[in-house]
Design a protein around this ligand. Structure first.
Ligand SMILES: *Cc1c(COP(=O)(O)O)cnc(C)c1O
Length: 345
């Protein structure tokens, strides 16, 4: 045994490695002084700021309790008693929240690490109410190319709502990625895009996400919003974050650079991660996943293990990134088929 590290760095939940910006903390502190008052019944100030930020009318924007809250509202509004299609492996929230909200989730296997949009289109029936797509996909990190997305939209009957979850959209640098925020207005009113303040904006603890789509879909979301659900503090933090977007974008650039360094480092060490558009990388290690995750933990970094499938490593904390690359070095794959048992494990 090499001994368990005394301090464990968390690289398992795709959070921002940065603490909140000073300007955001200041806005939060000021808002805390008003906690005896109710927030707005609907978070219309955030809606207005997002509509302005993205140049869309306000009735194209809804705000919810994280994208998870919006996922639940979407199932509630459009798929109760119906089927929900999603890829697999994808974000567990799609099947779990669908099931808990009274829909029937159906997973369509990925093709390699990518969404198989033709298989998803082929799986649609008259019972299908909603389709969840993650781009970048969690945990594989892959982006759905614009061509694939448009081909899928073109094959769907009216009335099937397509949810494009872009929780990691701010980290995408792939020129083949679609300009999704424009698509619902151009031609596809059944497409709704989800974004969140939890990942790139570093506000996971405050629970604010937003949806951009056509008024028909957004109306369904607004109708299922819990009154007063967005807190005074969350509103203040979100408005301050939108005002500090340049600083936050600079942080995203650092995370993107860390991701590319991690991908290159893993490849140099004989691993084969797919390209990632997110703040994490995916290694399909199969049966070796648990051993790799255990070796990282012993070295002081918690990563996410999907036992028997792969590991997902959140990037951006240079210390954690270096430790993971050290572990990868010890597991270096000289030839395919070698079980990478780390020294001392
Ligand atoms: C993290 C994550 C979410 C949840 O985000 P919240 O806004 O914090 O609820 C949604 N979708 C995907 C794919 C995620 O990875």
């Amino acid at each position: 045994m090499t001994g368990v590290a005394s301090r464990v760095l968390k690289a398992s939940a795709n959070e921002s490695p940065f603490p909140p910006l000073p300007s955001v903390l200041e806005a939060v502190a000021t808002a805390a002084g008003r906690l005896n008052r109710y927030p707005d019944v609907q978070p219309l100030r955030i809606v207005g700021a997002i509509a302005q930020r993205f140049g869309v009318p306000e009735d194209h924007v809804a705000v919810g309790a994280g994208s998870s809250g919006l996922i639940q509202q979407l199932v509630h509004a459009f798929a109760r008693g119906k089927d929900v299609l999603h890829g697999w492996r994808v974000f567990e929230g799609y099947p779990l929240i669908s099931y808990a909200t009274g829909a029937n989730p159906i997973g369509v296997p990925l093709a390699g690490e990518d969404h198989d949009v033709d298989a998803i289109a082929a799986a649609v029936t008259e019972r299908t109410g909603l389709i969840f797509l993650g781009s970048p996909n969690n945990p594989t990190g892959t982006v759905i190319p614009a061509d694939d997305l448009v081909r899928l939209l073109g094959r769907l009957p009216d009335g099937v709502v397509v949810v494009l979850d872009e929780a990691y959209g701010e980290f995408v640098r792939d020129p083949a990625a679609p300009d999704t925020l424009a698509l619902h207005r151009e031609r596809w009113p059944n497409l709704v895009v989800l974004r969140t303040f939890s990942k790139a904006y570093g506000l996971a603890g405050l629970r604010v996400g937003y949806a951009i789509g056509s008024p028909a879909v957004i109306g369904g979301l607004r109708a299922t919003t819990m009154p007063f659900a967005t807190t005074t503090i969350a509103e203040a933090a979100v408005l301050a974050s939108l005002a500090a977007e340049d600083e936050l974008r600079t942080r995203c650039e650092a995370v993107v650079a860390a991701r590319e360094r991690m991908l290159a480092g893993l490849r140099e060490r004989g691993f084969a991660p797919p390209p990632s558009g997110a703040n994490f990388v995916w290694l399909r290690l199969g049966e070796e996943s648990a051993a790799f995750a255990a070796a990282c933990r012993e070295a002081g970094v918690e990563i996410k293990c999907f036992d028997g499938e792969g590991v997902r490593i959140t990037v951006g904390d240079p210390e954690a990134d270096d430790i993971v690359l050290d572990v990868a070095e010890r597991c270096r794959r000289a030839d395919a088929g070698t079980v990478p048992v780390p020294e001392g494990a």
